[in-house]
Ligand binder design. Structure first.
Ligand SMILES: NC(=O)c1ccc[n+]([C@@H]2O[C@H](COP(=O)([O-])OP(=O)(O)OC[C@H]3O[C@@H](n4cnc5c(N)ncnc54)[C@H](O)[C@@H]3O)[C@@H](O)[C@H]2O)c1
Length: 337
């Protein structure tokens, strides 16, 4: 049986703690560098030892897996330190807030005997898995193109409560690296890593509080010349369902909540998303739990966990290429022509 510890006790740590409880995996300790985080930890897991740093945590406890749920700029130092000590790490997305830090994690993972996984839990969503299987089986024929969108809402509190989310120096960016990265990861998983990327970004709302983008449009060229389009914004008043559409010569796959697969051979097939309510946010679904279970089961296996730093580097490269392109091409905020 494995045990777990959590480093960083903010919003997503709650999802990890609930998943671990559901899987009957004991949490032996929790660390947060901020007193407010340690207070949250004491409320979240009463009786569990709470520490002021990950170093103190691992000096005083021996978890099998450390779940790293810190802000983006606090991923690489913590993850690399744990991997260098041979401790298994399951870290949150994105891999890091810069490509250099992401590559540092990938190198540390390659040099370590420990497992390293990255929480791109949407790859465990039933509709995305079904679409991947249909594409791999050639059910859609030759793929011609794809489309993805993330149109969500954010309140000022989202940024005020955790200022790192609105600061590019800490988060690496906004919509693309923080929210849409799940969709970009899925598009690359389905279609292959793009070799050409172009995009625009803008900060349309809450310009008084954030310097990260809340809106983006992008175009990708994937292997075989297949192209895809992405549109996203966090300026909407409500959450729209994330959409991914793939167009093939023999049919289409449309994910909007569930998957609808039209292959031209008979009636459309529907694959619904699993519905689970937790005290966390319902839109995160139960895929976190599936990924966490899979990761803990990978401990002791000679195989590397399938969703590790090298896989996570793909979406980070996409995002960083988009930022580079957008920075080259955009009129800066507030500038007029
Ligand atoms: N997979 C998902 O769907 C999903 C959803 C939400 C957030 N996330 C990711 O989870 C991570 C955390 O996001 P959040 O919204 O929970 O952040 P948060 O700010 O709510 O929590 C982060 C916590 O980490 C603590 N911390 C910072 N540096 C630390 C360090 N070096 N050591 C120990 N603790 C440290 C902070 O004090 C804070 O309590 C981010 O990478 C985010 O992108 C993933």
């Amino acid at each position: 049986m494995t045990t777990a510890a959590i480093v960083g006790c903010g919003d997503v740590a709650v999802v990890h703690a609930e998943a671990l409880a559901a899987l009957n995996i004991p949490i032996v300790g929790i660390a947060d560098t901020d007193p407010a985080g340690r207070e949250r930890a004491a409320h979240l897991l009463p009786g569990t030892p709470v520490f002021a740093s990950h170093e103190e945590l691992i000096a005083r406890t021996s978890p099998t897996v450390v779940h790293v749920t810190t802000p983006h700029h606090q991923h690489a130092d913590v993850v690399c330190d744990l991997l260098e000590r041979g401790i298994h790490v399951l870290q949150e997305k994105p891999l890091a807030h810069t490509l250099a830090d992401g590559e540092r994690i990938a190198a540390a993972a390659a040099a370590s005997d420990a497992q390293c996984g990255v929480c791109f839990q949407n790859r465990y969503n039933a509709p995305i898995q079904a679409l991947k299987q249909a594409l791999d089986a050639g059910e859609l024929g030759a793929v011609n193109g794809a489309y993805g969108s993330v149109i969500w809402a954010r309140t000022p509190d989202y940024y005020d409560d955790r200022p790192w989310r609105g600061r590019r120096s800490a988060s690496g960016g906004g919509l693309l690296i923080n929210q849409a990265i799940h969709t970009l990861d899925a598009m690359a998983w389905l279609l292959g890593e793009p070799d050409q990327v172009a995009g625009t970004i803008a900060t349309l709302r809450y310009r008084d509080r954030i310097d990260v983008e809340d809106t983006a449009s992008a175009w990708f060229r994937h292997p075989g010349g297949v192209t895809s389009t992405f549109a996203g914004s966090l300026t909407n008043e409500t959450y729209r369902l994330v959409e991914i559409e793939v167009y093939g010569s023999e049919g289409t796959g449309v994910i909007r909540d569930g998957l609808e697969l039209n292959t031209g051979s008979g009636t459309p097939r529907r694959v619904p998303e699993r519905r689970v309510r937790t005290s966390g946010r319902t839109y995160w679904g139960m895929s976190h739990q599936l990924l966490i279970q899979d990761f803990h089961q990978s401990i002791g296996s000679p195989e590397r966990f399938w969703l590790g730093p090298e896989e996570a580097l793909v979406s980070l490269r996409m995002v960083m290429a988009l930022y580079a392109d957008a920075d080259r091409g955009r009129p800066h905020q507030g500038e007029t022509a």
